[in-house]
Design a protein around this ligand. Structure first.
Ligand SMILES: [Mg+2]
Length: 381
């Protein structure tokens, strides 16, 4: 049997410099120290990066997805980084480590996680996307474009290995249920669901002809898991490219026209998702706008060759300019919709309490009209 490689990307925000801007270098070093120790023991290779205030651990190994050793290792790295964050009194030190201690899997404990297991192809190009100041539904639109829109992905028309289309696993975030829809046959049904960024998130994409894994997103809603609002659940995603999958350039093309995503300041606003280099993933204006970085790797027997910082390319300059224009435009709305998120998406801020406090001051409009009429007639003092 051919040997299977697992790629695990596990992320957490354990402290920002300053506020929610970026993760401190020393936090990355603390994580690297822990992962370095595990190379050859349980890891094949690793790469540590950051997108804004989130630390992203990119790891390869042979232990499969949801493996206790791998998740425990990531937890340990974040714990070590938390110690440093506390020492430096960084903002929100340890904020994504919700549990007191590790209990077998990081899911439900705060960190976000995207993993896929596959037999490495003769050449295995993969792209790891890391975001800040948005949530997992940010990938709904680009994943649709990449795997189902022939105007984005020419290969859907020209490459016969993709002609059967792709299967999308879609998660109902609130009900914790899942449905699988196949494109192109069920394109309209898929869009009916994933166009709703309040409720549905794409979790996985498989190639239809052989069920080969093509993409995976970290779709845990951090705010819902915690039962209260504790931070933005900034997502990561992994996409495989070339040889029967969309080309690297087709995958990236989906980000050339920025789209609006939920998140930004206090996780309460719609704003553009701006594709940037690793270096420029430091959201500061109104804590944003939301960022996405794309790191390209070639796998070589599980070794991570790279990264190639794909959005550094000047051909994304216009996308960045456009994102900033979109930001200027929508920022003018201030606390008004559609800049501000709908009520249900702000459930874990103190907005519901503020509104609750005003409840008793509302009066029946009919009653007020009657009183006014009486007053006009002089029947009332
Ligand atoms: Mg963040």
């Amino acid at each position: 049997m051919e040997e299977r490689i697992t790629l695990s990307v596990i992320k957490a925000d354990v402290g920002g410099l300053c506020g929610h801007t970026i993760a401190h270098e020393e936090l990355l070093e603390a994580c690297e120290f822990v992962l370095d120790d595990a190379v050859d023991e349980i890891l094949i290779d690793y790469y540590v990066t950051r997108c804004g205030d989130d630390i992203d651990l990119i790891m390869t190994h042979k232990l499969g997805i949801d493996n206790e050793k791998i998740h425990g290792l990531a937890w340990k790295a974040f714990e070590e980084a938390t110690e440093v964050a506390k020492e430096l009194k960084l903002y929100g030190a340890g904020q994504d480590l919700l549990a007191e201690g590790f209990t077998g899997n990081v899911k439900g404990m705060g960190p976000g996680c995207a993993e896929m297991e596959f037999v490495e192809r003769p050449s295995e190009p993969i792209i790891v996307f890391c975001c800040d100041k948005t949530d997992p539904t940010a990938f709904n639109l680009p994943l649709y474009k990449i795997f189902a829109d022939p105007f984005n992905t020419a290969g859907l028309v020209y490459d016969k290995s993709m002609k059967d289309g792709f299967k999308f696993d879609v998660l109902d975030i609130y009900e914790d249920k899942q449905i699988t829809l196949k494109t192109p046959e069920e394109t309209y049904s898929l869009l009916a669901l994933i166009g709703n960024l309040e409720k549905y998130a794409v979790k996985r994409v498989h190639r239809a002809k052989d069920d080969e894994i093509a993409a995976v997103v970290s779709s845990e809603k951090l705010n819902l898991m915690a039962g209260e609002y504790v931070g933005k659940d900034d997502p990561v995603a992994i996409v495989r490219a070339q040889s029967g999958m969309p080309a690297v350039g087709e995958v990236l093309e989906a980000f050339a026209t920025p789209h609006f995503v939920p998140g930004w300041m206090r996780g309460c606003h719609w704003g553009p998702l701006m594709p940037v280099s690793e270096e420029d993933a430091r959201p500061s204006r109104f804590d944003g706008p939301a960022r996405v970085i794309a790191l390209g790797f070639q796998l070589s027997d599980g070794k991570l060759i790279g990264p190639n910082d794909l959005f550094e390319d000047i051909s994304f300059n216009r996308a960045r300019e456009q994102a900033l224009k979109m930001a200027d435009m929508i920022r003018k709305m201030g606390p008004f919709q559609p800049h501000r998120l709908p009520e249900a998406m702000m459930e874990y801020t103190s907005v519901p309490q503020i509104l609750e406090g005003l409840k008793d001051r509302f009066e029946d409009t009919e009653k007020i009209e009657k009183i006014e009429k009486l007053r006009e007639r002089g029947d009332m003092e």
